[in-house]
Design a protein around this ligand. Structure first.
Ligand SMILES: Cc1ncc(COP(=O)(O)O)c(C=O)c1O
Length: 400
């Protein structure tokens, strides 16, 4: 048997008619940029997540950059984050001119350890950027409490966590702003790149909408005002003679932003998939429970039972194996795909060597990187495939 780590084709085939109808409709509309599908998707996602503003953008990395800027993070600031995450988390911090400060993870949850955050705060710290790794929310109450007491903002990297629940609230909505990715293997996945920022703050929302569109337009004008700048007389632009020919706001730039829009075609795809999200998560959860039950008794460290009040969305199922390389080789020989998330902790990435971290600086994250093997968990994984994975692992440990 061959078991792919992720089989994208199955989801496409299962939803083919719905997807193709939506995409074709979008092609026929010819409203490719900021079309009606983008607006309705944003409304549906705001509703799904119970949040005031959902602002789509080009990808999750851009969402992080835009959210950090909108929350006031700028050159010279420090942002505290987890070293056990995809590179984009820290890359976004560096891209806005700030310095990532890494705090070790809790080895049980694999999320940033709130008990270690205070020691990393300096007068330059501006924000906390926790990550809901593998779809399990970070300990946001403790993180928000620290932020409130120390006057910091919280941007939640929920790129892997759409659909996870934290004490009755949705992951991504727990800080000042939250960021999502719609990368094709995410729980809610586009047929290409896509991302989103969510927030309950009107001010952050205006800034995000401005920053994702060149800092132009009405949002750009209002964002400049909110940033304490004097954007000049925007009304004058509207009444200038050229206004008969073009939307003058569009060509007046008030901030230097980005071009980071979600295509209307991708929004149409995401609208179809959003309807199936509860089912996707139900199936991922079933797969996770199947693994957890059947792999108990092996030498593997299995994902922690979610802390009370949290329901993960099971983006990944990561087991910790002291013999990771040998186990992964055994699985590959049996034609089972695995993921290596993440082989290098971010504090030891070459690009961050000037920050002064060494091997041993953040031992829990380093150990997780040495030991983590992710098993196939995608919603369309079949029962017999999961059973084959389990059997292969149990055989490897001499337990089958
Ligand atoms: C935790 C985390 N942060 C950020 C990103 C970046 O998202 P994107 O690939 O859409 O830019 C990802 C996606 O891979 C991610 O998993």
């Amino acid at each position: 048997m061959n078991v792919a780590f992720f089989d994208l084709e199955r989801q496409y085939r299962a939803l083919q008619t719905e997807l193709e109808t939506q995409v074709l409709g979008c092609m026929r509309d010819c409203l490719f940029i900021e079309g009606p599908s983008v607006k309705s998707l944003e409304a549906q996602l705001a509703d799904y997540l119970h949040v005031r503003h959902a602002i789509t953008c080009g990808n999750g990395t851009d969402a992080l950059k835009i959210a950090l800027r909108a929350c006031g993070v700028q050159a010279g600031d420090e942002v505290i984050t987890s070293p056990f995450t995809f590179f984009a988390t820290a890359e976004a911090i560096a891209a806005v001119g700030a310095t990532p400060v890494f705090v070790d993870i809790d080895p049980a949850t694999l999320n940033i350890n709130p008990a270690l955050i205070e020691d990393a705060i300096t007068p330059r710290t501006r924000a906390l950027l926790p990550v809901d790794i593998f779809g399990l929310p970070a300990e946001m109450d403790a993180i928000n409490e620290i932020a409130k007491r120390r006057g910091l903002v919280v941007v939640e990297d929920a790129c892997q966590a759409i659909g996870a629940d934290y004490h009755g609230r949705m992951a991504g909505t727990l800080g000042n702003a939250g960021c999502f990715s719609f990368y094709p293997t995410k729980n809610l996945a586009a047929l290409g790149d896509g991302g989103m920022i969510v927030t309950d703050s009107d001010k952050i929302a205006i800034l995000c909408r401005a920053l994702k569109a060149h800092g132009s337009g009405k949002n750009g004008y209002r964002a400049a005002q909110l940033s304490g700048m004097d954007p000049g007389d925007g009304e004058m632009a509207v009444s200038s003679p050229a206004s008969a020919l073009y939307d003058p706001y569009k060509y007046y730039n008030f901030l230097v932003g980005d071009n980071s829009r979600l295509d209307s075609l991708q929004a149409a795809v995401l609208q179809v998939k959003l309807k199936h999200m509860p089912d996707f998560i139900r199936r991922r959860t079933l797969n996770a429970h199947r693994y957890t039950e059947a792999l108990a008794g092996t030498p593997l460290r299995l994902p922690v039972t979610a802390p009370k009040g949290m329901t993960p969305c099971w983006h990944q199922y990561a087991v910790m194996a002291s013999d990771k390389e040998a186990l992964a080789a055994h699985l590959h020989k049996a034609h089972i795909g695995t993921g290596a998330f993440y082989p290098v902790p971010l504090h030891l990435q070459k690009v961050f060597c000037s920050l002064g971290y060494r091997e041993g600086s953040l031992p829990a994250a380093e150990r997780a990187c040495r030991e983590s093997v992710c098993l196939p968990i995608f919603p369309e994984l079949m029962r017999e495939e999961a059973e084959y994975v389990i059997h292969t692992i149990r055989t490897y440990y001499g337990l089958a």
